[in-house]
Design a protein around this ligand. Sequence first.
Ligand code: COA
Length: 535
Amino acid sequence: MYKLETKIDTNSEEFKRNKEAFKSILDTYRETLREVKSSGHPSAIKKHKERGKLLARERVDLLIDPNTPFMELSPFAAYGQYDNQFPSAGIVTGIGVIHGKETVIVANDATVKGGTYMKETIKKHVRAQEIAMENNLPCVYMVDSGGVFLHDQANVFPDKYNFGRFFYNQARLSSMGIPQISIVMGSCTAGGAYMPAMSDETIIVKNQGTIFIGGPPLVKAATGEDVTAEELGGADVHTSISGVSDHFAENDHHAIQICRNIFETLRAREKQYIETTPIEEPAYDPEELYGIAPTDLKKPVDSREIIMRIVDGSRFHEFKARYAPTIVTGFANIMGYPVGIIANNGVLFSETALKGAHFIELCDMRKIPILFLQNITGFIVGKEYERGGIARNGAKLVHAVACANVPKFTVVFGGSFGAGNYAMAGRAYDPRLFFMWPNAKISVMGGEQASSVLVQVKQEQLAAKGQTFPKEEEEAMRKGILEKYETEGSAYYSSSRLWDDGIIDPVDTRKVIAMGIAMSLNQKFPEHKFGVVRM
Ligand code: COA
C-alpha cells in the first residue's frame, strides 16, 4: 500500500485557526465528560462509600484485566435532560477484557437515584446486551439498583425494548452459549431480581446485596409480616437457603475476584480468523486532526487527510481513485487489523453510490470489516439527477450497506444529514459501533435548508389565499428553526438520547475502531448474501 501524502500546511493560518476553534470544542467535551462521569450527588457518594461500597466505575476498573482499556459506551446518556439529575443515566456500560476475553459490562450507579432505571438507563442496558449478542461477548451485570424509576414507568415498563427485555435477552444470550454472570452488590428489587435469577452464575455480597420480588415495605403492606431486608433476601439467605445465588462474597473486592475466577472456567470459543499486520502508528500525527476536523461544516475537507491520520503508516490502497471523487474508498490497516474505509468527500451522486456499493461487495466477499467516515450533506437533488436515477442508484448503496455481513463501524467526523446518514451506515443500519466526534452534527437536513423549506411551504400556503408572509414573521420563523436544528443537531443531543454509542476525541478513533474490530472477531462473519438489487 502507498503512503498518502498530505496537502495540508500545518503552519498555515487556516490550520491554526481551525485548531484553535477545535480546542475550545475539545475543552467543553473533556469538561462535560468529567462532569457526567463523576457519579451522583456528593451526599449520595458519601453515603455509598460509608456503606463500604465501591463506585460503579471503580468496580469496573477492578473487574477488567490490569492495564487494559475499558471502552465505556454512551457516558453522555441523559445529559442535558431531566435537569441533569441522571449523570450517564445512572449506569455504566462498556467493553472490557476479563482474563483475556472481551466482555460486556453493565454496572448500576447506585449514587444516581438509587441506580434506578429511567428511559435512557433502559436504552443503555438493552444496547449493551445487543452488542453482546452481535459480537458473542459474555456479560457481567454489577447489580446495585432499586429497579424501575417509578416516576417514569410509562417510558420504562411496558414496551418491547423496556425493562422486560433485559431478562428476555439474558435467556436468549445464555441459550446462544454466551455466559451471563451477575454480581449483586446492592439492591436488586422486584423485576430487578430476575437479573441474577436469569444469570448462569451469580455472586452476592454480604450485608450489601439483596434480592427480592417485593421489599420489606411491600411485604408488610401485603401480608403484615415484619421482616428485614437481610432476612428477606440477603446474601446468607440466597446462598444457603433459597439457592438464588451461587457464591457468597465478603465485600465488593471479594465478589469481583470470584467473578474473575469464574472467567477462568469459561472456555475459549472459535473466533473469526483475520490476517493482521504488525501495529504501526500513522505517519502523520493524529493530533493534527484538530486542525483539520470540520469546525465549519460548510468548508469541504478532503477525507484522505482524516484517513491518513487514523490508519497504520498512513498507508491506503485506494479503490477507484479517479472515479466518483465525492466518495473515497480503499483498504488500510488500523492497529494491525485490515479495514475497508468509505469516507465522504462531498455530495452523493449516482456514480458515488455505485462506487460505494461495489466497494462494500468487495469487503463483504473478502471478509474485511468496514469503517464508514461520515461527513455528508445528503444525495444530490435536481431534475437532471432524478432523471439519471439517483433514487435507484442510491438504493443500491443503501442495499449494500444494509446487507453487508461483515462488521461495520461508523464515525461521524463532520455532518450527518438526510439519507446520507442512512447510506453511510447510520444507526438504523446496525453498525457494530457508532461514534460521533464532538464537532459532529446530525439531523434530517441542515438548519438553513430546513428553514428555507418550511418558509417556502408557508409562503405557498399564504399565496394560495392571496396573502403574503410578513418579513418579520418570516425572519422569526427562520430563526426559530435554525435554533432548533442547532440544538437538536449537536453530538451531545444525539448522545444523550442514545442515537450513538458515544462521543470520542478524534485522536482516539484509531484505538476505538481497533477495539471494535477485535471485539467483532468473537462472532464468525456470516457468508456474503445480498437481496434483489434494482438495476
Ligand atoms: N423509583 C423512583 N425513585 C427512586 C426509587 C424508585 N424505585 N428508588 C429510589 N428512588 C430515589 C429516591 O427517591 C432518592 O431520590 P432523591 O435523591 O431525589 O431523594 C434516590 O433514589 C435515592 O434513594 P434512597 O432511598 O435515599 O437511597 P438508598 O441508597 O438508601 O436506597 C434503594 C436505595 C433503591 C435501596 C431504596 O431507595 C429502595 O428500596 N427503593 C425502592 C425500590 C423498589 O421498591 N423498586 C421497585 C421498582 S420495580
